[in-house]
Design a protein around this ligand. Structure first.
Ligand code: P6P
Length: 332
């Protein structure tokens, strides 16, 4: 018996929380866990294999595709296809959704939105990268999945999670009943429950923002950054600036320690840079379930009605009191 509860054991145990569950959702989470272990193996040796360096192709975002981007995308899609519980995948790496209807999955209930390898520009310099995913229940009842099956509000996610490939590899996910973190034990090849029932402090002392864009930020964001930098013993300021430039790594640190992540809209990113469907929505669901807050500065991220698959949004996400303060400055 392992000292820890494995992801598989945990999923089965929690399946009982869903009285009508017949195991499809559990199998879907299992499929994602398997792909994460395969991707982890390659990420961990990226410095050795010839797999790093651009694959010479451009992705839908017009960004140079690193070979690991392509590899991770292929592994998650393959795992979801063979698992048979997902009918369509919307991936950051593809302009259009990928139908994975097959004999195995023709009645599949679930839709997956995924950023297979976020922060991939950090791979060559050995900085943590991550996978981010959202799971929705399809709304159509038969045939090929439609855009309406995919473009659902974040509040309708049935699950969301991320894998952070860092000093250790962790899978953190929620199904709307709290947030749990699993650390990969390479000696047994299993994700093991290491961070049960994660809660983010309502106030933290870390703020994460690319201050290189300071001049382009909205006035309210500039005021908030100045607020963070002021000396004030009562509120423990100045806060500490920590920015890795890899969404999953920044969110994960702030989730555990408390803090706020900011990616504002700006004169160069009028709608923000981060993608709503497979970056902001999943991290917003997780952070809210851990007791935090996620907003675009005006409204709750999870209440945004999506209109396009790759649409962007501003993102202010983390400790509730810190997001509140940012909104206060933005709405002045
Ligand atoms: P910037 C990585 O490219 C990413 O999509 C997120 O992981 C990260 O939070 C953000 O962009 C970093 O953007 O403009 O600060 O380099």
């Amino acid at each position: 018996m392992t000292a820890f509860k494995t992801l598989g054991q945990f999923i089965i145990e929690k399946q009982a929380d869903f009285p009508y569950a017949k195991g499809e959702f559990s199998r879907l989470l299992r499929d994602i866990g398997i792909a994460a272990k395969i991707v982890n193996r390659e990420v961990n040796k990226a410095g050795l294999a010839d797999i790093i360096g651009s694959a010479g192709k451009m992705n839908i975002q017009g960004e140079g595709q690193q070979k690991l981007d392509v590899y991770a995308d292929e592994q998650f899609i393959a795992a979801l296809r063979s698992g048979g519980e997902c009918c369509v995948v919307a991936s950051e790496e593809h302009e259009n959704p990928i139908s994975i209807q097959s004999e195995v999955s023709k009645n599949a209930k679930y839709v997956v939105c995924i950023d297979p390898l976020d922060g991939s520009s950090n791979i060559d310099v050995n900085v943590s990268v991550g996978t981010v995913f959202s799971i929705y229940r399809r709304t159509s009842t038969s045939g090929e999945a439609t855009s309406a099956d995919i473009l659902q509000k974040g509040a309708l996610q049935v699950a969301a999670g991320y894998i952070v490939y860092g000093s250790s590899t962790m899978l953190v996910y929620t199904t709307g009943r709290g947030v749990n973190g699993f650390t990969l034990d390479p000696s047994i090849g299993e994700f093991c429950l290491s961070h049960p029932d994660i809660k983010i402090p309502t106030q933290g002392r870390i703020y994460s923002v690319n201050e290189g864009n300071y001049r382009k930020f909205p006035e309210g964001v500039k005021k908030y950054i100045k607020y963070c930098e002021e000396e004030d013993n009562e509120t423990g300021r100045p806060y500490t600036a920590r920015y890795i430039g890899s969404l999953v790594a920044d969110i994960h640190r702030n989730l555990l320690l408390g803090g706020v992540f900011l990616y504002p809209n700006s004169s160069s990113h009028t709608n923000g840079k981060l993608r709503l469907m497979y970056e902001a929505n999943p991290v917003a669901f997780i952070v809210e379930q851990a007791g935090g807050k996620a907003s675009d500065g005006v409204q709750r991220i999870l209440d945004i009605t999506p209109t396009e698959l790759h649409q962007r949004t501003a993102l202010y996400c983390g400790s509730t009191d810190m997001v509140d303060k940012i909104e206060e400055y933005l709405q002045e």
